[in-house]
Design a protein around this ligand. Structure first.
Ligand SMILES: NC(=O)c1ccc[n+]([C@@H]2O[C@H](COP(=O)([O-])OP(=O)(O)OC[C@H]3O[C@@H](n4cnc5c(N)ncnc54)[C@H](O)[C@@H]3O)[C@@H](O)[C@H]2O)c1
Length: 321
């Protein structure tokens, strides 16, 4: 029988971290969470998520507090560290660039420094489709160049990949970067379009449709992301990068139509030009992830948005929690 893993998950009160923590707990791994519960979006949602994590502790702390973070990790002695804590969001990186340097660069360096002391601990960390920046060659392959960034958020994620590869080279740490593509689902992030659109459509408020709805996104459902991330943990490769995307880009206009069908309410659309920092299209080439991780996304946008909108109504309108 495989040995139980001891997995330290940063950002465990966040959207992806919460789902991953629950999944790994349920399959029998020992999990410890870490999160600073910041108020980039409503922290009540973070508190509500961790209430669902019975049997798992989530320590309150910051990635930037190296002495505290080191103590927590030393006491837990993880076999794996999954670093999901970060300042997320492309657009906010134009407003508050410092938050990205603090959490994503200084915070990530702290994680690497901790791994350096215990090189047998395997690191899996969140990168992003944003590293493809202004790349126009589709689908986006891990072999494509990623040196033409469109936002500071992308810069921090690309820097993480370079930092991780360098620490692998210098100290032989096992590092795996996961380029997530527009992840959505229950308990999701209120700052993301699928979430804020749902709220506004239900309230009959206008939604801002950038690039006149012609933007394309490779929306990827949370359960597929959790499976891909778990496969990366189980593989524990020496030094890899994987795309985790649905491989089925959908136009923003079509995505709004599906939401309208699910909510049975027509959206009031305010068409606007492209926003600075944004890219026109994301589309994941997942051949390599298929081959090494057995990654095979299963949930269509229709199914995924149906689960999301049911959860949303239940959580915000029925208040059953
Ligand atoms: N959701 C997506 O579509 C998507 C796409 C690409 C990449 N990612 C990346 O995946 C990871 C998880 O994203 P998410 O969507 O779950 O975001 P999230 O904001 O819901 O989760 C991140 C969590 O990290 C915590 N955190 C932030 N800074 C911290 C710090 N300095 N110390 C301790 N905790 C801190 C936050 O409180 C939050 O709970 C992030 O690294 C994000 O950049 C997400």
């Amino acid at each position: 029988m495989a040995m139980t893993k001891r997995i330290f998950i940063t950002g465990a009160a966040g959207f992806i971290g919460f789902h991953l923590t629950r999944y790994l707990r349920d399959r029998g791994d020992e999990v410890l969470g870490y999160d600073n519960f910041n108020d980039y979006y409503d922290p009540t949602l973070k508190e509500e998520r961790i209430k669902q994590l019975e049997g798992v502790s989530v320590v309150r702390g910051d990635l930037c507090d190296l002495p505290f973070l080191s103590d927590v990790v030393d006491n837990f002695q993880p076999t794996h560290i999954v670093n999901l804590a970060a300042q997320a969001g492309v657009r906010y990186s134009l407003e508050n660039p410092r938050a990205y340097i603090d959490s994503n660069i200084s915070g990530f360096l702290n994680i690497l420094e901790i791994c350096k002391k215990t090189p047998q601990t395997k690191l899996i960390y969140a990168s992003s489709s944003s590293v493809y920046g202004n790349n126009t060659k589709i689908p986006f392959s891990i072999n494509d160049r990623t040196d033409d960034q469109a936002s500071l958020y992308g810069v921090t994620k690309k820097s993480n990949e370079l930092m991780a590869a360098t620490y692998h080279h210098l100290y032989d740490i096992s590092v795996t970067g996961l380029r997530f593509f527009t992840v959505y689902g229950e308990w999701g992030r209120p700052d993301m379009a699928y979430f804020s659109f749902t709220k506004k459509i239900l309230n009959q408020e206008p939604i801002k449709v950038f690039n006149h709805g012609k933007m394309m996104r490779d929306f990827t459902y949370i359960s597929d992301i959790v499976k891909g991330t778990t496969a990366a943990i189980d593989l524990g490769a020496p030094c890899e990068i994987f795309n985790l995307g649905n491989h089925q880009p959908v136009q923003l206009n079509r995505f709004i139509e599906i939401l309208e069908q699910e909510l049975e309410v027509k959206a009031i659309r305010e068409y606007l030009p492209m926003q600075p920092g944004d890219v026109e299209k994301t589309y994941a080439d997942i051949d390599y992830s298929r081959k090494l991780l057995g990654f095979s996304p299963e949930v269509s946008l229709e199914e995924g948005l149906s689960s999301f909108t049911s959860w949303y109504k239940d959580y915000y309108l029925e208040k059953t929690h």
